[in-house]
Design a protein around this ligand. Structure first.
Ligand SMILES: NC(=O)c1ccc[n+]([C@@H]2O[C@H](COP(=O)([O-])OP(=O)(O)OC[C@H]3O[C@@H](n4cnc5c(N)ncnc54)[C@H](OP(=O)(O)O)[C@@H]3O)[C@@H](O)[C@H]2O)c1
Length: 321
């Protein structure tokens, strides 16, 4: 389906993945969005299922179209967009939702040209995970933190952190266990820890991807003036931190969200993602795909993304298969 004029509402329908009361993503029809001012319309070719998507599916309002990231082609432009520069271009996009669909409207400010050598199903895996890892490494550098604990370390962000930074500092990878232990070791983790071992350990910084009770455990495992980075909530549980545990050992707690980094440090973070896409195209960045699913099999894709058997990334591709 080609949609070239955003002014007219397209009568074609598009398939999307939305949230529903059972929290099992459903595939439904949706009207093709019209790109507003500053937006482009993408025909989606591939879309990664992110840790954030799994989390969002568990809590989103009914009928919310899921998906934070995709690769696709610009098929229409809204007002205030440089149509000559973008129409027909292959891009990667970050959106606040709606990427798990045949079409999505994306802000022109959060799209990146996809290098020709980079297949869409790899490109879609790059921005969120690898920019998050790179920006966290910058913060660890600034603090001169040497001993790091990562909770939920066997996921995409944990693997990206390890790949990027394990030669420069020591990472302890916390996991709930099982086969993930061997997977973490095969990806270079030499210190894999169970959560119940943390009481006797101390770290300069904790990167908390698991959230809930694991964040509190991480906080208590910080040494003097250590920093807890609150990044994720893979456990899908409320995170409550005791202020006394922050005061003890003069600890600090710092939040991280890529969306805010992009909003407040736009030029720098945008350029970082360009670099990361080029690194992936040049195979200097390793992206491991676990499985690909066509969009109509999105429920299976989400289940796989949340399963402990997953090794690497889950991608919806081809979207219209
Ligand atoms: N703030 C940001 O900008 C930002 C950016 C990227 C991601 N995130 C967030 O960071 C988190 C991790 O992202 P990701 O892409 O790495 O996710 P992922 O690939 O799904 O991995 C999450 C890991 O968390 C652990 N986990 C899963 N369910 C759990 C549970 N119920 N209890 C405890 N641990 C559990 C698993 O490790 P084990 O099975 O080994 O325990 C899993 O490998 C997500 O919450 C995501 O939303 C935030």
């Amino acid at each position: 389906v080609r949609v070239t004029r955003p002014q007219k509402r397209a009568t074609v329908r598009s398939v999307c993945v939305d949230a529903n009361p059972s929290h099992r993503p459903c595939v439904r029809d949706a009207v093709v969005p019209i790109p507003g001012p500053g937006q482009v319309l993408l025909a989606v070719e591939a879309a990664s299922v992110e840790g954030g998507d799994v989390l969002e599916a568990s809590r989103a309002r009914v009928a919310t179209i899921l998906g934070y990231q995709c690769a696709g082609r610009v098929v229409a432009c809204g007002a205030e967009v440089d149509e000559a520069a973008l129409l027909g271009r292959d891009v990667v996009a970050l959106v606040s939702g709606g990427a798990h669909a045949e079409y999505v409207a994306a802000p022109a400010a959060s799209i990146w040209l996809r290098p020709a050598a980079l297949p869409p199903e790899i490109a879609t895996c790059v921005p969120i995970v690898h920019a998050t890892a790179a920006l966290l490494v910058e913060r660890l550098d600034a603090l001169d933190a040497r001993e790091i604990l990562v909770t939920g370390a066997s996921g995409a962000v944990g693997a990206a952190l390890l790949e990027r930074d394990r030669a420069r500092r020591r990472y302890a990878c916390a996991t709930r266990g099982g086969e993930r232990v061997a997977w973490l070791r095969s990806h270079g983790a030499d210190d894999v820890v169970a959560y119940d071992e943390l009481a006797s350990r101390r770290f300069d910084a904790v990167v908390d991807l698991a959230g809930g009770p694991y964040a509190e455990q991480g906080l208590r495992a910080l040494s003097y003036r250590g920093t807890l980075f609150l990044v994720g909530n893979a456990a899908q549980r409320t995170t409550q931190l005791a202020t006394s545990a922050v005061m003890h050992e003069n600890r600090r707690v710092e939040g991280f969200h890529l969306r805010y980094a992009l909003r407040h440090e736009y030029a720098r973070v945008h350029a970082l993602i360009v670099e990361l896409l080029e690194a992936a195209a040049g195979e200097r960045l390793r992206i491991e795909i676990d499985r690909r699913y066509p969009l109509p099999h999105a429920a299976e894709a989400y289940a796989r993304a949340a399963s402990t058997e997953r090794r690497g990334r889950v991608v919806l591709s081809p979207i219209s298969g």
